[in-house]
Design a protein around this ligand. Structure first.
Ligand SMILES: [Mn+2]
Length: 312
């Protein structure tokens, strides 16, 4: 069921114990939006806790109140009257779903989220869920402290590739500008997000060694086996190294997360990769999407390259 921003605000005002979560393999927008919302709800006098069923990449651990994020334990329950799911449909929150039976409120910006069977506020034009949380804070009449602004800015900056991707709109920059007025230091966030360990740079070299080109230079892909993936704290951003090839429309990265579990990321300049991802059981945006293929790295490559070929 689709609801308005005002209705989402009303549901948050009516709740007292809110469990906040976001998708597994959390990115800057997932962590930024949950941390910002936790602070906003606590300022309203509510109990608000964040559970995310995954590890969080090192760069994001610099965000204010990061230490508040918990991972659900086996058999754990959390007494909530609202489950707030951010930056994803509720099917990518892992075991957080088992923590509570509370009614679900979903706030997201992904085009593939249709709100089937739950209350959803979705704004597909928003570059990041953090843009929506900014508007929600305004709707709730809550102040945006420097710490809240830092979390929101991080989500917007990371989901737009630091204001470079096609999802960067005038509104995106207007909100970013307001966040700087609220106390954000853009250079602090950039420095925290770009940091890499030596092992990660060596991993990047290994990743580039797997580069392959398909369909007359229109498609470029890298396939990382488990040993290479293990060198990275996160594989976020690796795909950008080949997305820039001038002839390439679709770039992809397949990373083997576990035996026969291959995570696929796609970026495009023209082709709708959300459609390709959806056909393979995933989702995302027109120019940035992904899915998981439960097969070998070699088969995953074959399946994906065929699917991309059909879409070209
Ligand atoms: Mn996002």
């Amino acid at each position: 069921m689709l609801i308005t921003l005002k209705e989402a605000a009303t549901r948050l005002q009516a709740a007292n114990r809110i469990l906040i979560t976001a998708h597994v393999q959390p990115d800057g927008d997932a962590i930024g939006s949950t941390l910002a919302t936790m602070q906003i709800l606590r300022a309203m006098g509510k109990t608000a806790e964040i559970f995310i069923d995954d590890s969080v990449r090192r760069n994001l651990q610099a965000l204010p109140h990061f230490e508040q994020i918990r991972r659900p334990a086996d058999g754990e329950h959390f007494d909530a009257d609202l489950l707030l799911v951010l930056d994803t449909s509720p099917d990518r929150i892992g075991n957080v779903r088992k923590l509570t039976d509370a009614p679900l409120l979903n706030v997201d910006h992904h085009v593939t989220n249709i709100g089937d069977g739950y209350a959803l506020y979705v704004e597909t034009k928003a570059a990041a869920t953090c843009e929506i949380i900014f508007k929600l804070a305004r709707e709730l009449g809550e102040a945006i402290t420097p710490a809240i602004a830092t979390c929101l800015y991080t989500g917007i900056a990371t989901d737009t590739g630091f204001f470079q991707f096609s999802n960067t709109r005038a509104d995106t920059l207007a909100i970013a500008s307001e966040l700087i007025t609220c106390g954000v230091s853009p250079h602090f966030i950039s420095e925290q997000m770009e940091k890499k360990t030596l092992a990660e740079v060596i991993g990047l070299r290994d990743a580039l060694n797997t580069l392959k080109i398909y369909y007359g230079n229109k498609v470029a892909g890298m396939t990382l086996d488990y040993a290479t993936v293990s060198k990275f704290d996160s594989t976020e951003g690796i795909i950008d190294e080949i997305r820039v090839i001038d002839t390439v429309d679709v770039a992809f990265l397949i990373s083997e997360r576990a035996p026969n579990v291959c995570r696929v990321s796609m970026r495009s300049k023209d082709v709708d990769v959300a459609k390709i991802a959806a056909r393979l059981g995933g989702g995302g945006h027109i120019r940035a999407a992904g899915c998981t293929l439960k097969t070998t790295l070699k088969d995953a490559e074959k399946i994906l390259v065929e699917a991309i070929g059909k879409a070209l």
